[in-house]
Design a protein around this ligand. Structure first.
Ligand code: ITT
Length: 212
C-alpha cells in the first residue's frame, strides 16, 4: 500500500498527555521535524466520542490539522484486559477520572479481576494498543496500529513511564513498563525490534510516511 510522504518541516503532535508527548518526541527525534504539541499551541481538546482507537485518533489529528494548518500526528491508545472484554480500552483515560488518578484506575482493574477470580480461574493477560493518525490540512489521513501483549501484574511496579505502565509486564521481559527507561520501553536500541505499542505503530508510520 502506498502512503503519502511527510515533508520535513513543522509537525503538530495532537496530544495533551505529557507522557505521550515525551515518548512521541523521542521517537520523532531522528527525523528532524520542528515538533510542536497541541498543548503548547493551546489547541482545544476535541471530544473523543469515537468507538474505536482509529476513530478517536482521526478526531484528534484532524482537529489539530484544521486548527493549525499543519500536518498533525495523533495517538489514541489504551490498555485492554482480556478478562474484562478489552476494558478499559478506548476508555483508558476516562477510568482515571478528572484527576487523572492512574493508581485508582489500576486498582479498579485489579478489583474487577479479583471479583472474577473469586468465581473461578481468570486470565491475567492484557495488551496495549496505539493507533497513530497522521492528518494533513487537506483532510488526507494515514493510520498505523501497534500492539504489545503481556501480563497484568499486581501490585504495580516502578514509577518510570506513565498511565498503566506499572501494571503491565510485556512478554519476554521480567520487568514492567513502569520499571523500564523510555529507551527500553521503545525497544529501539540499535538493531533491535520495537517493543511498546507506540514504538511498533511508529515503526510502521516511519516506514510508510518518513522513509524513502
Ligand atoms: P490525548 O488524547 O491528549 O493524547 P489522553 O491521555 O486523553 O491524551 P487517550 O485518549 O489516547 O489519551 O488515552 C489513552 C490512555 O491510555 C492514557 O491516558 C494512558 O493512561 C493510557 N496509555 C496509553 N499509552 C500508554 C502507555 O504507553 N503506558 C501507559 N499507559 C498508557
Amino acid at each position: 500500500m502506498s502512503h503519502r510522504k511527510l515533508d520535513a518541516g513543522k509537525l503538530v503532535v495532537a496530544s495533551h498527555n505529557k507522557g505521550k508527548i515525551r515518548e512521541i518526541n523521542e521517537l520523532l527525534s531522528p527525523y528532524g521535524f520542528e515538533v510542536v504539541s497541541a498543548a503548547e499551541l493551546d489547541l482545544p481538546e476535541p471530544e473523543e466520542n469515537g468507538l474505536t482507537f482509529e476513530a478517536n485518533a482521526a478526531i484528534k489529528a484532524c482537529a489539530a490539522a484544521e486548527a493549525s494548518g499543519l500536518p498533525s500526528l495523533a495517538d489514541d491508545s489504551g490498555f485492554c484486559v482480556d478478562e474484562l472484554d478489552g476494558d478499559p480500552g478506548i476508555y483508558s483515560a476516562r477510568w482515571a477520572g478528572p484527576e487523572k488518578d492512574f493508581s485508582m484506575a489500576m486498582r479498579t482493574i485489579e478489583e474487577k479481576l479479583q471479583t472474577l477470580a473469586s468465581a473461578g480461574e481468570v486470565s491475567r493477560r492484557g495488551y496495549f494498543v496505539a493507533v497513530l493518525c497522521l492528518a494533513w490540512p487537506d483532510g488526507h489521513q494515514e493510520f498505523f496500529r501497534g500492539e504489545v501483549h503481556g501480563d497484568v501484574v499486581w501490585p504495580p511496579r516502578g514509577d518510570l513511564g506513565f498511565g498503566y505502565d506499572p501494571m503491565f509486564q510485556p512478554d519476554g521481559h521480567d520487568r514492567t513498563f513502569g520499571e523500564m527507561s523510555s529507551e527500553e520501553k521503545h525497544g529501539m536500541a540499535l538493531g533491535s525490534e520495537p517493543l511498546s505499542h507506540r514504538a511498533r505503530a511508529f515503526k510502521l508510520f516511519s516506514e510508510g510516511c518518513l522513509e524513502g
